[in-house]
Design a protein around this ligand. Structure first.
Ligand code: HEC
Ligand code: HEC
Length: 347
């Protein structure tokens, strides 16, 4: 695979020496800044062995709007796997056309985040999945009603049995969340140009992208955005050096403070993952910025106290485009058939 994408000059051994030296040096810098490729293969998750049966069931649940009270909203409504795993809205629209307070982050590569949500309040994907189903502005359902719904369809009963063998009562809200987590483990985007380059293929990134990476590293972006996901690992004040305006950082959303109730956590958020960032506008938890270059410029002043030149913001944004990986091909599942006992939609 990787051989095929080697540039012709590299394959023929014609690469000019200084260029190789530059790539090698830049690669070392990137690695020592903690940047890592998206791994191949399924990541292991805690307390939830990932099996084919669980993944298939989780995929159905992810796409099943009957997990919502209205019967029209599924996980995929706000995390559309065909559009970068998000909804392309400033803030999400859920039950009864209500607008939620925050932008929907992508589910792609979410498995690599240390914790889930903009404020990290869910420790992992199975804990996370139980939130939106119950949130009044999202799917507005109750766990009991979800279990009644699932138990009303024989195919779900059978599939839960196969996904959780040996369990006396496998159709539970917890197991639903575990199956969804198993499916989300498959939603990863390997082989981005940056990853191919990091693994030794000099020709996988353009010179402009490499220059942008050098700027990204030089400015200190990787001090918060590193690891596999270029973020998702640590918490920092949004506005570490200079608070962005109220439009971008609405005063009522105090971020991690709402989780920890610690004063120093006011306006602290998880460093957002930057994988596939070029296809997941709009940006920030408020979703107010549509333009990636502008988002980079905001980061410059807010987090680094550095006014980046137009050239620098453009260059970094071009590099960030090299973080768009191969999107997972997800075949839309045929969902279990309803019966007379399936609860009716509540709109
Ligand atoms: C109405 C829109 C909506 C629906 C429906 C929805 N989500 Fe979300 N999702 C969001 C928003 C908004 C956030 C961010 C909320 C926050 O940080 O407080 C989020 C966060 C997440 C995250 C965290 C990603 C990260 O980077 O931290 C995951 C994973 C996720 N949702 C998966 C799901 C799953 C699975 C379902 C179905 C059970 C679901 N979502 C249903 C809007 C939605
Ligand atoms: C001190 C830590 C820190 C530094 C340094 C930093 N960031 Fe961020 N970055 C964050 C945090 C925290 C967020 C989440 C902000 C929010 O709540 O909306 C974020 C968000 C972003 C976003 C929006 C992501 C999204 O999904 O909406 C982009 C793009 C971004 N950063 C790029 C950069 C670039 C480029 C640099 C260097 C110029 C940089 N960041 C430097 C912490 C940092």
């Amino acid at each position: 695979m990787r051989m095929r994408t080697l540039s012709l000059t590299a394959a023929l051994g014609l690469t000019a020496l200084p260029a190789v030296a530059d790539d090698t040096q830049l690669r070392e810098l990137a690695k020592s800044a903690g940047l890592e490729p998206v791994p191949y293969g399924l990541a292991a998750v805690q307390d939830n062995p990932v099996t084919r049966e669980k993944i298939d069931l989780g995929k159905m649940l992810f796409f099943d709007p009957r997990l919502s009270a209205s019967g029209v909203i599924s996980c995929n409504t706000c995390h559309n796997v065909g559009t970068g795993g998000d909804d392309n809205l400033p803030t999400s629209v859920g039950h009864g056309w209500q607008k939620g307070p925050r932008n929907s982050p992508t589910v792609l590569n979410a498995v690599f985040n240390k914790a889930q949500f903009w404020d990290g309040r869910a420790e992992d994907l199975k804990a996370q999945a139980k939130g939106p189903i119950q949130a009044g502005v999202e799917m507005a359902n109750e766990p009991e009603n979800v279990v009644v719904t699932l138990n009303s369809m024989p195919e779900y009963i059978e599939r839960f049995g196969r996904a959780f063998p040996g369990e006396e009562d496998p159709v539970t809200f917890d197991n639903m969340a575990k199956a969804i987590e198993a499916f989300e483990v498959t939603l990863v985007t390997p082989n981005a140009p940056f990853d191919q380059w990091l693994e030794g293929n000099d020709g996988a990134m353009t010179d402009e992208q490499k220059a942008g990476l050098a700027t990204f590293l030089d400015k200190g972006c990787a001090s918060c955005h590193s690891g596999i996901n270029f973020g998702g690992q640590g918490y920092f004040p949004f506005g570490l050096i200079e608070k962005p305006g109220a439009e971008i950082l609405p005063p009522e959303d105090k971020g991690r403070y709402q989780v920890t109730k610690t004063a120093s956590d006011e306006y602290v958020f998880r460093a957002a993952p930057l994988r596939n960032i070029a296809i997941t506008a709009p940006y920030f938890h408020s979703g107010k910025i549509w333009d990636l270059e502008q988002a980079v410029a905001v980061m410059g002043t807010a987090q680094l106290g550095a006014k980046l030149s137009d050239e620098e913001t453009t260059s970094i944004a071009i590099f960030l485009g090299a973080l768009t990986g191969e999107q997972p091909i997800v075949e839309y599942p045929i969902l279990p058939v309803e019966t007379d006992s399936t609860p009716k939609p509540r709109l």
